[in-house]
Unconditional design. Structure first.
Length: 416
């Protein structure tokens, strides 16, 4: 098959979870003999020619989304150029990751003659920003996309909630899309993420180190982790906390550490993949306390793969990863006393640590990237069969309304 992987996010500057998935799919599908290209938008910071197997349309800019979060917003691309490129490439399948984000997917799908598959990653159902988007804009935009897709996949029920809630089940094609929805989790390279032979204490002999790696923003719950750790370190002075990553809340948390004189906290900033692996592999405990807003949890898989005990927020995305014995590691990060106690127990209870590590190393095997790639390959073939055997009546009302809404949004974001 000739496959185009469409991603609206920045693929070049500190790529996040979705771009990482797209890059792994690109490599894995090529290894299986398919022709694969990544279609994305050019970040304003990216100069020069696109790398091999990349097609760049338009530009993408970073914006502040409120509540201490950041996001990407794609600006319009040249429709004629898109049509020319698609006509030249003749893709068998176009896989749109986060198709709900304007404008890339919408502009490409209008000109697509390929089999169209949309993949949802984010959980938009339990954040105010997500609810605003889904309620005011996604309904017409999403329903118009629904009529143009041949299969939907989602990383978890949390990331499919928006799609299901906005589908019109009276429309045959919508109903077929929901009934045929496929859940395919994110993955981890088990050849890269594996337990070390001997852990090296990150802060010297006799210490216990908790590691957080990821964006430092409100929905990640790092402030709640810091609050719990501040109580823990009073009773366990050998405990240390490493908060690795960057984000709008970095300076706020650093000021809190200084103002409240919280001991043994370090902020190394954004870390490379190699440093992330070193930190996770040698940590005594990995902690990712997001209270909401997660669709899956790639970093959970990475911690599991290296055999590090794990605590995770009990949000709608993480609960799909922390199954079986893993549920022991689910926490309410806003319940500070229980959170603090759980940190202490997970750092000191050898039997509990062994149980969690045993569960993690067994459970994570099903997320090895070759298995995930195979599931996508199967989904693409299924979508092609659906396209070849089904026809549907196009709905123009939602399409017209979505065009008007997106046009208004773009006008608001024009520099004035």
């Amino acid at each position: 098959m000739k496959i185009g992987l469409v991603c609206p996010y920045n693929m070049f500057d500190k790529p996040g979870g979705v771009p990482q998935v797209v890059m792994h799919l690109h490599a894995g599908l090529k290894k299986k003999g398919h022709q694969v290209k990544i279609i994305t938008q050019r970040p304003t910071s990216f100069k020069g020619n696109p790398p091999e197997d990349y097609i760049l349309f338009g530009v993408t800019r970073t914006f502040k989304g409120g509540l201490g979060t950041e996001g990407n917003w794609g600006m319009p691309s040249d429709g004629e150029e898109i049509a020319r490129v698609l006509d030249k490439e003749k893709f068998d399948v176009l896989n749109y990751h986060e198709a709900w984000i304007p404008m890339l997917a919408w502009q490409i799908v209008k000109h697509s003659k390929a089999t169209n598959v949309a993949t949802f990653h984010a959980n938009l159902m339990d954040t105010s920003a997500g609810k605003s988007w889904t309620g005011g804009i996604f309904t017409p935009y999403g329903r118009a996309l629904l009529t143009k897709m041949h299969l939907f996949t989602a990383t978890s029920p949390a990331s499919s909630g928006m799609l299901i809630s906005r589908a019109n089940m009276k429309i045959t094609h919508h109903r077929q899309m929901i009934e045929n929805l496929r859940y395919i989790g994110c993955g981890v390279e088990l050849s890269q993420f594996r337990p070390v032979k001997k852990r090296q204490p990150l802060n010297g002999p006799g210490t216990k180190t908790i590691v957080y790696i990821g964006r430092i923003e409100k929905r990640k719950g790092v402030d709640w982790l810091l609050t719990a750790f501040a109580e823990l370190v009073k009773e366990m002075p050998q405990a240390h906390l490493i908060i690795a990553g960057a984000g709008l809340w970095s300076n706020k948390l650093k000021r809190a550490v200084e103002d409240e004189d919280i001991k043994n906290v370090s902020f190394p900033g954004y870390v490379s993949d190699e440093e992330k692996l070193r930190l996770l592999s040698n940590a005594d405990l990995a902690c990712f306390p997001s209270p909401y807003g997660e669709g899956f949890g790639i970093v959970l898989l990475e911690a599991m793969a290296v055999g590090t005990p794990l605590l995770a927020g009990n949000n709608l995305g993480y609960i799909n990863v922390m199954t079986g014995h893993g549920r022991i590691g689910l926490i309410d990060p806003m319940a500070t006393k229980d959170f603090t106690n759980r940190l202490a127990v997970f750092l000191t209870d050898d039997a509990l640590q062994k149980l969690m590590v045993s569960w993690a190393l067994k459970e994570v095997k099903k997320y090895d990237y070759p298995k995930i790639v195979e599931q996508y390959e199967t989904a693409f073939k299924e979508a092609i069969r659906f396209k070849n055997t089904h026809s549907y009546k196009k709905s123009t009302e939602d399409e017209k309304r979505s065009k008007k809404l997106i046009h208004r949004l773009l006008l608001r974001r024009q520099p004035g």
